[in-house]
Write a protein of this length. Structure first.
Length: 101
């Protein structure tokens, strides 16, 4: 094998391994979150990080600014495009000739 081909294969194997590790991490964390439960059954789990993260909401610091009002200054009318008749006319029932033998 040439050095370049070996280097390309090594780069691909590391990228493939990294992609598989990321996919595995997402699958495992999703399974843990879905299967997560507590034995005592109480609704307040302030000390459990998975419960805290699942109940986090976005807190707005300030209200979003409204869209600025737009004032119409002038109205322009579009000019209709000029129609130039075509010099070539095509017959609507035209069919191509049969193939030459």
């Amino acid at each position: 094998m040439s050095r370049k081909h070996k280097r390309d294969c090594d780069g691909r194997s590391w990228r493939l391994l990294l992609a598989l590790v990321c996919v595995l991490l997402v699958v495992v964390s999703g399974t843990v979150q879905a299967a997560h439960s507590h034995s005592n059954g109480s609704a307040n789990h302030a000390d459990c990080s998975l419960c805290v993260v699942s109940h986090v909401t976005v807190q707005l610091v300030q209200t979003p600014a409204p869209a600025p009002a737009i004032r119409v200054i002038a109205i322009f009318e579009a000019i209709a495009p000029s129609f130039t008749p075509s010099v070539l006319s095509t017959f609507a029932l035209f069919t191509r000739p049969p193939p030459a033998v």
